[in-house]
Design a protein around this ligand. Structure first.
Ligand code: SAM
Ligand code: ZN
Length: 395
């Protein structure tokens, strides 16, 4: 116990940082929100990818970063220790206890001259950017729960050409278990579907783009992923109504037929598809969502190569990055192979084999980082069925 803080601390190591966190109970399912200051060791991949993202995206620059909901400050500290692209960080948290711990951790890592600690409501701090303080090249929004209330000011806090990185942990809302909650927070209808987590990513990406558009700003996802019980979207921000209108062209609807497994999309100014064009049944939809690319494949490749250079720091995250660099991020949704096998009355085949066969036939196809059994493709169900009948023994 450090008497000046009034609770027990433990010294931890993550990446290149050594820092104090509140003492963490042994059991795996402890609630980080119950600690005097929030810290979740299982979010390391979230922090890893933020660091690798910044190093790859801003190579050759010196940027200013706002860690708007900083907790114990580990992300801010690691960003400075593990990249050479960051000149200054504002580590902000509304909790005075969190700020006290951030200061202690900054001192421990001798980073005082690079980190400013702020103890403000994130919305207040970010809304003041452009007036009381300069805008940031990168704004990080990492709340426990929904980030919805911070997005508009997060975008306000970004320089044009900058990036906002957003975590959401309110998965029941985003995957369709609590649809009213999703409508309330994101003004979007979720959908229970085998690829509901990808829809969750598309709801969040769409919400960022729509919130930015209200300000005459274009926001476009350049890296997005789902991991454990959270999702994360990094969106690049550019000024101008013309670009904002352009970005809104990637907002639309996704429909899914659970009977014949067809996935449909429709643009924002069209109606969502509610009758399956293949089997005629009434079907449900999600939206408004982002129906464009969720990530830039070249950036994912660059990040993967960077992570490989330092396996001792990023071991847990290399597999995720490998998945992201292999994925076709423009294809909507995916099919778990066992769903296809059941629908076609065949035995499942290996996802990698299905991807290969689809590509041989000239279709777009890839794995998805979200589900190792999932296959993304633009091929019609009839083509998928043909492959199953050729390769999978009838079950
Ligand atoms: C999930 S934790 C942040 C974890 C941290 N980003 C990390 O990587 O370890 C969320 C933090 O947001 C802070 N917080 C909650 N509401 C806030 C607000 N309105 N403004 C600023 N900070 C807030 C909480 O005190 C908490 O420390
Ligand atoms: Zn159908």
């Amino acid at each position: 116990m450090r008497p000046e803080l009034g609770y027990e601390l433990e010294l931890r190591r993550e990446g290149r940082a050594v820092f104090y966190s509140p003492r963490i109970p042994e059991r795996r399912n402890f609630a980080p929100t119950s600690l005097p200051v929030f810290f979740n060791p299982f979010s390391k991949p979230n922090r890893d990818l933020t660091i690798i993202f910044l190093a790859a995206k801003f190579e050759g620059f010196k940027i200013r970063v706002c860690d708007a909901l900083a907790g114990a400050g580990v992300r801010s500290i690691r960003i400075l220790l593990e990249t050479d692209v960051v000149g200054e960080v504002t580590a902000n948290d509304i909790s005075p206890r969190a700020c006290e711990l951030i200061r202690l951790n900054i001192e421990l890592n001798k980073l005082g001259e690079f980190i400013e600690v702020a103890c403000m409501d994130a919305n207040e701090l970010l809304a003041g950017c452009g007036r009381e303080r300069p805008r940031y090249h990168y704004v990080d929004i990492d709340p426990a729960g929904s980030p919805a209330q911070f997005i508009e000011n997060g975008v306000r806090g970004c320089k044009r050409g900058g990036v906002i990185g957003v975590t959401a942990t309110d998965m029941p809302a985003l995957v369709g278990a609590k649809p009213e909650s999703c409508l309330r927070k994101y003004d979007s209808k979720p959908l229970r579907a085998p690829f509901a987590k990808e829809i969750g990513l598309r709801i969040l990406a769409g919400f960022i783009a729509r919130s930015a558009a209200r300000l005459g700003i274009a926001a476009k996802p350049i890296l997005s992923f789902s991991k454990d019980h959270y999702i994360r979207v990094f969106a690049e921000v550019h000024g101008g109504r013309r670009l904002a209108n352009e970005a809104l062209k990637s907002i639309g609807w996704i429909s899914y037929c659970p009977s014949c497994l067809t996935i449909y999309s429709a643009g924002r100014f069209e109606s969502p598809i509610t009758a399956c064009e293949t089997c005629g049944r009434g079907i449900d939809y999600a939206g408004p969502v982002w129906i464009g690319d969720l990530a830039d494949k070249d950036l994912a490749e660059k990040m993967y190569l960077r992570a490989l250079e330092r396996p001792e720091l990023y071991r847990e995250s290399i597999k995720l990055l490998d998945g992201l660099r292999r994925e076709d991020h423009g294809l909507l949704g995916y099919h778990p192979v066992n769903h296809l096998a059941r629908a076609f009355g065949c035995s499942p085949i290996k996802p990698s084999m299905l991807v290969e066969k689809l590509r041989e036939l000239g279709y777009r196809a890839s794995a998805t980082h979200i589900d190792p059994s999932g296959v993304k493709t633009d091929a019609p169900l009839s083509a998928l069925k043909g492959i199953f009948e050729e390769l999978g023994a009838k079950s």
